[in-house]
Each structure stands twice: as C-alpha cells, then as structure tokens.
Design a protein around this ligand. Structure first.
Ligand code: FES
Length: 155
C-alpha cells in the first residue's frame, strides 16, 4: 500500500496574505482590460495593493490576463522591483548590482547587516549605491553615515 502524504501547503503562515489586501489587489487587477499586454500593469496593481506578489496574486494576474501561471511567475522573477517574498518589517535592501558594488554597496550592507539584505539591480545605477527602504522608497548615492541616520530614525 502506498504511503499517504499530505498535500504541500500553498502558503506558510509567515507569508499568508491579508484577505483585505488580496481583495484590494483583485479590484485593482480586474479593473484592467483582460489582455495579455496588461501583464505588467497587473503586476504593479497587485504589488501596490499587497506590497509583494504572493502565490494568490500570481494566480490572480494569470487568470485575469489569460497568461499561464508558469509564464507569469517566470516574468515576475525577471523584475527585481517585484517582491516574490513577504517583506520583513523594518528591513531595508541594499542593491548588489555591479554599479552599486563598485560604489560601496557591500560596505553599506556589512555596516548594517542586521537591518539590510542585498538585492538585484534596482535600475537606478546612475545613483549608485542605491538602498530601498521598507516602504519601497529608493535612496540613491547612499553613504554609511546617511544610512545609519535613516535606519536610526526608522521605526
Ligand atoms: S547596480 Fe544598483 S541600481 Fe543598478
């Protein structure tokens, strides 16, 4: 007799989505035309409503734009500004793209390792090094002193 296994959870508790946020995302996405070329606007609508793209948001975008879930997910992974994991409150991101590395991004991160993570290029390379705050605000030409001050003032 084959061993029975339980189905994998669709979301873990840490990444569960607030139903009110998902409802807001649904309203924003379904206000768009049901066309494949609305994929990026749908991503942005869902991301803006929820703050990241959990699996239900990916499925919502796929359903509304009539694009396969696998293609929607693959497309979402190509845009570093789209979060596919729930943001950690209070955690900032230091861009780890080449321009930012050359401008001292690793030193910024290492100086605030408990409050920051490294992320892919944020496409503001001319403003390197770039830091993203926990409300998706972008800060260019960052210095260790300014980052320390901003983090000290942040909740
Ligand atoms: S390398 Fe940091 S914004 Fe592009």
């Amino acid at each position: 007799m084959p061993e029975q296994t339980s189905p994998p959870p669709s979301e873990d508790a840490a990444s569960a989505v607030d139903p009110a946020l998902l409802s807001a995302a649904t309203a924003a996405v379904t206000a768009l035309p049901r066309q494949r070329d609305q994929l990026l606007p749908a991503f942005h609508a869902a991301h803006h409503a929820i703050g990241w793209l959990p699996r239900p948001a990916i499925e919502l975008v796929a359903s509304h734009t009539r694009v396969p879930v696998s293609e929607v997910y693959a497309t979402a992974t190509a845009y570093s500004e789209l979060r596919l994991e729930a943001p950690v409150p209070g955690q900032w991101q230091v861009c780890g793209g080449l321009s930012c590395q050359l401008a001292g991004a690793h030193a910024l991160h290492e100086g605030q390792a408990e409050r920051t993570t490294m992320v892919d290029c944020q496409f503001l390379c001319a403003l390197a090094p770039v830091v993203v705050d926990d409300h998706e605000g972008l800060h260019g030409r960052m210095t260790s002193r300014v980052l320390g001050d901003l983090l000290e003032d942040a909740p």
